[in-house]
Design a protein around this ligand. Structure first.
Ligand SMILES: [Fe+2]
Length: 222
C-alpha cells in the first residue's frame, strides 16, 4: 500500500572537494549538508502536518524524488493557505539545490555539444554570446536567487532569473542549468565578489546534465 514518502538528503554524486579549486570543499559541505538539509527537514515537517501535502507524495518508493517535488510545486492551490508560502519556499529550495548540484561536474566538457549546443548557437549566436548573457543575468540577480538556462514548450532557450527559492516550474519553463547566487554558494571563497564566482561556476558546469534536461523537459514541466 503506497504511503506518503519523505525527502532525504542523498549524498552528492561526487566528493565535497571535487569542485576544487573553483568551489571550495567547505562551501560544498555546508551548502549540501546544512543549507539543503534545512529545506528538507522543514518540508518533511510541513508534510507530516498536512494531509493534502501527503496526498501529493504517495509513492511506491521509500523516498521522494523530482516527481513529488514537481507535484507539490505545480499545485499551489491544493496547499492550505497557512502553509503555502513555506511549502513553496522549502520545496523550491530542495528543487533548486538538487538541480544546482546535479549541474556541477568535476570533469566537465568545456562547453555544450550536440543539440543543446546547436540551439545555443542559433539563439545566442555563439557559446561566448550565451556565456556573456548568462553571466550578466547571474550578476544582476538582486539579493538571493538564481540564474537559469531554461527551455519552453516550443524548445526556445531562455535565460531567466528567479528570486529566493522560486523555480522556473512556476513559469512553465523546464530548467537546463542553473547557478545559485545566494551568498552561501560562494562567500567563503569568493567573499562579496560574485563576478569571480560566476566564471568558476562555468569551469565546473555539467553540460552532459544540461543536454539530458534539454532532451527531457517533460520530467520537469507538463
Ligand atoms: Fe544554495
Amino acid at each position: 500500500m503506497p504511503e506518503y514518502c519523505k525527502f532525504v538528503n542523498e549524498a552528492l554524486p561526487y566528493s565535497y572537494k571535487a569542485m576544487e579549486p573553483y568551489i571550495d570543499i567547505q562551501t560544498m559541505y555546508l551548502h549540501h549538508d546544512k543549507h539543503l538539509q534545512t529545506y528538507i527537514d522543514k518540508l518533511n515537517s510541513l508534510i507530516s502536518e498536512c494531509p493534502s501535502l501527503q496526498s501529493m507524495t504517495f509513492t511506491e518508493k521509500p523516498v521522494c524524488g523530482f516527481a513529488q517535488l514537481k507535484q507539490i510545486l505545480s499545485n499551489p492551490d491544493a496547499i492550505p493557505d497557512y502553509a503555502r508560502t513555506q511549502v513553496k519556499n522549502n520545496a523550491g529550495g530542495i528543487f533548486n539545490h538538487w538541480f544546482y548540484f546535479n549541474g556541477l561536474c568535476p570533469q566537465p566538457k568545456e562547453k555544450p555539444q550536440g543539440t543543446l549546443a546547436e540551439n545555443i548557437y542559433w539563439q545566442f549566436g555563439s557559446f561566448a554570446g550565451f556565456r556573456k548573457s548568462f553571466t550578466k543575468a547571474a550578476l544582476a540577480v538582486f539579493g538571493s536567487g538564481y540564474a537559469w538556462l531554461t527551455v519552453d514548450a516550443q524548445k526556445n532557450l531562455q535565460i531567466i532569473q528567479t528570486a529566493n527559492q522560486d523555480t522556473p516550474l512556476a513559469q512553465n519553463l523546464a530548467p537546463i542549468l542553473c547557478i545559485d547566487v545566494w551568498e552561501h554558494a560562494y562567500y567563503l571563497k569568493h567573499k562579496n565578489l560574485r563576478a569571480n564566482y560566476v566564471p568558476d561556476w562555468f569551469a565546473v558546469a555539467n553540460w552532459d546534465w544540461a543536454q539530458w534536461c534539454f532532451d527531457h523537459p517533460e520530467v520537469f514541466v507538463a
